[in-house]
Design a protein around this ligand. Structure first.
Ligand code: ATP
Ligand code: MG
Length: 401
């Protein structure tokens, strides 16, 4: 097999200074995690790229694992040549022949990162192109729309030659963007919010509020399954399961029905903030989208948000429901979310919720309800489980690439 390396490229040109270093280190770490299945394969950082040494492993299989790691813009199977025109020419010819026999127009794009190499990239291009033309039949150079682009990357340690690019998952490496606590319900939206956060490099833990015996183990299972799908895009996910029954019955008994929804959300945020603080997490993430339902108007968010100073990130805030559903399909959470088991909110909530709840009124209602010990108790009795990434597979991400 001519291909003995993989070149990994990463985009995010906007990343600067320390951030870029952090990004590269985290990306290398995450790539190393997914290639542990191939013990001989090594991943190394070189200026602006990560190079994978295959040591005899199948490049396509390794690439198939790596391309789902967030932070990669593209990757290519590559062959390593020595830093001499002779070696570069013959390796380039072998790569071209191995790539795809049906393609016959090509272009050579050389890049000389190693400036001590004596031949400029403008001169490498015709030297290699001419060699390929001489040693193949019915091929021609097309610099504008070639069927094959032969990339020649000259570096101090050697020259990497590749053809074609495989798309990566884009985004930022998970672990480079801080830690967020995802409010995960059994619905369609919150798993998508989790996926989008992972894609921006955020490490997530999840929190779910359940109200047994009103909610069943099937409803909880949906959440565990959704968390498992998400874990395939990042790493293991810790899921915090909060017993919410006493708070929900308290709200039902003490709060005016038009404000029960608002107060329920405020209680969830109070508990989420405490759990986040305990776990050293600095943001809460949820699946709210502006205007979707009564509890998700801007006015409602304003009133709900009063109870915490922690950032509440809403990745779906400005998305349409159809687009969210499509993304849920693509990432593989949709079939789980549409299973017919309801979570806590749906079971308790009345139909006359106000769409523009006021902070003052919400507080006044809450004053009639001695909720603090219940919130404390819910935090204390929260059970934490770890959803393992090893069992999971990344749904239909293929169609995203
Ligand atoms: P989803 O489809 O994610 O359930 P939704 O459109 O049904 O969202 P709501 O039920 O109003 O909206 O919930 C808004 C957000 O609040 C959810 O996206 C989720 O982040 C959070 N949330 C709702 N219920 C729960 C719950 N039982 N446990 C944890 N988070 C919840
Ligand atoms: Mg819901």
């Amino acid at each position: 097999m001519i291909f003995d390396h993989i070149i990994v490229r990463y985009g995010e040109l906007a990343l600067k200074g320390q951030n870029r270093k952090l990004f590269e280190k985290q990306l290398l770490h995450n790539i190393r995690q997914v290639i542990t299945a191939f013990p001989d394969v090594k991943a190394k950082r070189t200026y602006g790229r990560i190079i994978i040494e295959l040591h005899g492993e199948n490049g396509s299989e390794v690439a198939e694992k790596i391309r789902f790691v967030f932070g990669i813009s593209s990757l290519s199977l590559a062959a390593k040549a020595e830093n001499s025109i002779e070696s570069i020419r013959s390796t380039a010819l072998a790569v071209f022949k191995a790539y795809d026999g049906s393609k016959n127009t090509f272009k050579v794009s050389a890049r000389r990162a190693y400036k001590n190499f004596p031949v400029s990239s403008q001169k490498v291009n015709p030297a290699v192109g001419g060699w390929i033309l001489e040693h193949t039949e019915e091929t021609s150079v097309d610099v504008h729309q070639p069927q094959v682009e032969l990339t020649i990357d000259i570096r101090e340690q050697g020259t990497y030659i590749s053809c074609g690019r495989i798309s990566g998952a884009k985004g930022l490496p998970v672990g480079s963007g801080g830690r967020g606590l995802l409010m995960l319900s059994g619905g369609i939206d919150s798993p998508v919010a989790g996926y989008l956060s992972l894609k921006r490099g955020v490490t997530i833990e999840a929190i779910h509020f359940h109200s047994p015996p009103y909610t069943t183990s099937h409803a909880l299972q949906k959440v565990k399954d959704a968390a498992e799908v998400l874990s395939a895009y990042g790493a293991d996910i810790r899921l915090h399961i909060v017993p919410f029954t006493s708070i929900q019955t308290g709200i039902r008994d003490h709060i005016h029905s038009s404000y029960q929804m608002t107060v329920t959300r405020r209680m969830m945020l109070r508990i989420a903030e405490k759990v986040a603080g305990r776990e050293n997490i600095q943001a809460i993430i949820n699946g709210e989208s502006i205007g979707q339902v009564a509890s998700q108007t801007i006015e409602s968010m304003y009133t709900i948000n009063e109870v915490t100073t922690m950032p509440v990130i809403r990745p779906l805030a400005a998305m349409d429901k159809e687009d969210v559903m499509e993304l849920a399909e693509t990432i593989g959470t949709y079939p789980i979310s549409i299973r017919p088991y309801e979570d806590c909110c749906t079971i308790f909530l009345p139909t006359d919720s106000v769409t523009k709840p006021l902070r003052g009124k919400a507080s006044r209602f809450e004053n009639h309800f001695h909720y603090e010990p219940l919130v404390e108790e819910a935090v204390q009795q929260t059970e934490t489980i770890t959803i393992s990434a090893s069992a999971a597979s990344a749904g239909g991400i293929d169609s995203l690439l």
